[in-house]
Design a protein around this ligand. Structure first.
Ligand SMILES: *[C@@H]1O[C@H](CO)[C@@H](O)[C@H](O)[C@H]1NC(C)=O
Ligand SMILES: *[C@@H]1O[C@H](CO)[C@@H](O)[C@H](O)[C@H]1NC(C)=O
Ligand SMILES: *[C@@H]1O[C@H](CO)[C@@H](O)[C@H](O)[C@H]1NC(C)=O
Ligand SMILES: *[C@@H]1O[C@H](CO)[C@@H](O)[C@H](O)[C@H]1NC(C)=O
Ligand SMILES: *[C@@H]1O[C@H](CO)[C@@H](O)[C@H](O)[C@H]1NC(C)=O
Ligand SMILES: *[C@@H]1O[C@H](CO)[C@@H](O)[C@H](O)[C@H]1NC(C)=O
Ligand SMILES: *[C@@H]1O[C@H](CO)[C@@H](O)[C@H](O)[C@H]1NC(C)=O
Ligand SMILES: *[C@@H]1O[C@H](CO)[C@@H](O)[C@H](O)[C@H]1NC(C)=O
Ligand SMILES: [Cu+2]
Length: 622
């Protein structure tokens, strides 16, 4: 392998040189048809009706080469309104394809179709797609893999023998549309019944004594494997380990990182991690285990499930039948080796994992902007709203509903029949009822005081909050610094904050309350990791910077479904720049409308209006 790497590198360099002019010709259109439908699946002795794409769980993997265009024909044969979000794909000047219901588009109604069309440029690695329809994303998701334009030999790491998506998920065994309705009504008694690796529950789960199938990765001794790990679960951050093996993390959220060797990966919902695994252990069978973590008491505890699959060396093949395997391994004495997992309340291992990530110095790496135009300090937490009137009993009283907030406001969709992006683009009514996301919380308190968890006299005073359609506008090209501060109001969860349409430089993270006077000195402005989802540690903070250079209306939200359903989100509106290539493109001609008797103008009329308006703006600016 070593002896071949030099000529390969040289050949790659030559190809790169020669192909510079033919690159555009090589870009392809990658087409998929996603048929969304319901099917019955049986796990744990229970038949459950689930909504899936192409009758697969996880759904189909989309594989593209950087520079390709993508066309996904979504055929909605399910009874649900559907949108598909291409999680982490920047959708430059093409916010229309971002797939957030009533924010960027009207949903695709039952028995309707829509084709998502977008380009994938300037990104390499692992992303994923998921329905952005509350809990339904638990069964509507899949991997989205972007390979380098110049082939696997241009990876900034040894070329792997095979590349394998590892999708961590949950099996609910419930009607997920009902789970979503329950969450909306503040009923929090629904739980998943298992966690999964690539859709399999594994042998820690059984019904009537028959073990569930587990995911098996067959490896050949000495070969290198690239695991593309995705956390598609609704509720939990997971630890991933493979007994007897180490990971070399090479990318996260489709951005290369300085190779980091570790025996454990921590991955929160919305994050992706690419890691190399060398099959260098004595041939045998090794468990691959995923285990969720949660904040310790006094936080509310929820049922959490560990699941396991297996890494199996080709020289150790044996019948897959569970009992036979168990019996033969007992006889020969080579039991499957199990890794020692972190405790379920260990959150510091995640903190260290994320703190160890730095960007790989790479051709495409953009330097961290040093001039900051806008500063936001955003507290994340829970609160309560009176069910009736302005005054009511708090502290676990049924007179209130629980909500999740950013800077003490919980997001609610506007009462409009037009998605925000269309209202913004066409300057239609409704944009006036929005509330600006405050730059800082209205009141300072000891954000991370554990005495605020869970219900009690100390937090009760901080509980009252409100709902609004919170947006924040940014001038095109503004550099924005955001410090996310997790709080302890009612609960001390971490918060995986996901920004659509942009990647963020993660400058620093810490435990406790952020203190600018001493924490700015900790900022990594040399090679911070670049992420679309930043994990804000529980009772801690994270500081990020991003350049608001992609015009449109972008969701910014916590990727825990529980928090999202309760309103921990805001909308970032990035204004157009002054040139055509910094201006949001017009919507696709076949863009869904909200209902049939819509009072919207036909798209063509819109386009004409918009085009003349844009050219007017261009003229006045030039
Ligand atoms: C699922 O199973 C139920 C009961 O067994 C049946 O009535 C229903 O038609 C099935 N649905 C689908 C989509 O197969
Ligand atoms: C949606 O697409 C399917 C498959 O291409 C086609 O059979 C069907 O007629 C389309 N439906 C609509 C409403 O366009
Ligand atoms: C089946 O699962 C139950 C509950 O997790 C466990 O107690 C039992 O040992 C399992 N049985 C087998 C045969 O694996
Ligand atoms: C990296 O991880 C190691 C092992 O968990 C930890 O000891 C170390 O503090 C971490 N580095 C940083 C910068 O947090
Ligand atoms: C609210 O709680 C009180 C006391 O626990 C109970 O008497 C009342 O029935 C509850 N009301 C509703 C609407 O659940
Ligand atoms: C916040 O609360 C913690 C825990 O009670 C305490 O250690 C810390 O000193 C407090 N910080 C401030 C600024 O009051
Ligand atoms: C949050 O806002 C409400 C008003 O909606 C106010 O009563 C409350 O004091 C605020 N809480 C905090 C922590 O800022
Ligand atoms: C689906 O979307 C349509 C149009 O936006 C809306 O009228 C309808 O209530 C939605 N249906 C569900 C089940 O959310
Ligand atoms: Cu998302």
């Amino acid at each position: 392998m070593k002896s071949r790497s030099l000529p390969v590198a040289v050949a790659a360099a030559v190809v790169f040189f020669l192909s510079a002019t033919v690159v555009l010709a090589a870009a392809a259109v990658v087409e998929h048809t996603f048929v969304v439908s319901q099917m019955n699946m049986t796990h744990l002795c229970k038949e459950t009706l689930v909504t899936v794409v192409n009758r697969q769980l996880p759904g189909p993997t989309v594989e593209v080469t950087e520079g390709d265009s993508v066309a996904v024909h979504v055929v909605n044969k399910s009874p649900n309104n559907i949108t598909i979000h291409w999680h982490g794909v920047k959708q430059r000047l093409n916010c229309w394809a971002d797939g957030v219901p009533m924010i960027t588009q009207c949903p695709i109604l039952p028995n309707h179709n829509f084709t998502y069309r977008f380009d994938v440029t300037g990104q390499e690695g692992t992303l994923w797609w998921h329905a952005h329809v509350s809990s339904l994303r638990a069964t509507l998701h899949g991997a989205f893999i972007i390979r380098p334009r110049h082939g696997a030999s241009s990876y900034p790491f040894p070329k792997p023998h095979r590349e394998i998506p590892i999708v961590i998920g949950e099996w609910w065994g419930l009607d997920l549309a009902q789970v979503a309705r329950d969450m909306a009504l503040n009923i929090f008694t629904d739980y998943s019944s298992a966690s999964t690796i690539n859709g399999k529950l594994g042998d820690l789960f059984n019904c009537s004594g028959i073990a569930e199938d587990g995911y098996v990765l067959d490896v050949e001794p000495g070969k290198i494997y690239l695991l593309r790990v995705i956390n598609a679960a609704l509720f939990s951050e997971y630890y991933l380990k493979i007994a007897g093996h180490k990971f070399t993390v090479v990318a996260a959220d489709a951005n290369y990182v300085t190779p980091y060797t570790t025996d454990v990966i921590a991955i929160a919902p919305g994050e992706t991690v690419d890691a190399l695994v060398v099959a260098d252990a004595p041939p045998g069978r090794y468990y691959m285990v995923t285990k969720p973590n949660q904040a310790p008491l006094p936080d509310t505890q929820t049922p959490e499930y560990t699941t396991r699959g297996m890494v199996q060396y080709s020289s150790s093949h044996s019948p897959r039948n569970g009992t036979a395997t168990l019996r033969s391994s007992r006889r020969s004495g080579d039991m499957t080796v199990a890794p020692k997992m972190p405790d379920q309340h260990d959150t510091i291992t995640s903190f260290y994992f994320h703190a160890n990530l730095t960007s790989l110095r790479h051709m495409r790496l953009t330097p961290v902007p040093t001039r900051v135009d806008e500063r936001l300090f955003i507290t994340l937490g829970l609160g309560s709203i009176c069910r009736r009137g302005q005054f009511c009993k708090r502290g676990e009283s049924n007179e209130t509903i629980l909500v999740a907030t950013m800077n003490n406001v919980s997001f609610q969709l506007p009462a409009m029949t037009t998605p925000l992006l269309e209202a913004h683009y066409y300057h239609t009514d409704g944009m006036g009822t929005l509330q600006e996301l405050p730059n800082k919380p209205p009141r300072a308190f000891n954000f991370t005081d554990p005495a605020l968890i869970p219900f009690g006299p100390k937090e009760e005073r901080l509980e009252p909050t409100s709902k609004a359609t919170v947006v924040r506008r940014f001038r095109h090209g503004a550099t924005v610094e955001m410090v996310f501060q997790s709080t302890g109001i009612l609960q001390g969860d971490s918060n995986p904050m996901h920004l659509h349409g942009h990647d963020m430089f993660v400058l620093a993270q810490g435990l406790g309350n952020y203190d600018a006077a001493k924490d700015v000195a900790k900022y990594n402005i040399v090679n911070p990791p670049v992420k679309n989802t930043v994990v804000v540690p529980n009772l801690g903070w994270a500081a990020v910077r991003f350049v608001a250079d992609n015009p449109g209306v972008w969701y910014m939200h916590c990727h825990y479904e529980f928090h999202l359903a309760m309103g921990m989100m805001a909308v970032f509106i990035v204004e157009d720049g002054s040139t055509v290539d910094t201006t949001l493109s017009p919507p696709p001609m076949d863009f869904p409308t909200c209902g049939h008797d819509s009072n919207l103008m036909p798209n063509e009329l819109y386009l004409r209006t918009k085009k003349s308006e844009v050219s007017r703006v261009m003229e006045s600016k030039s």
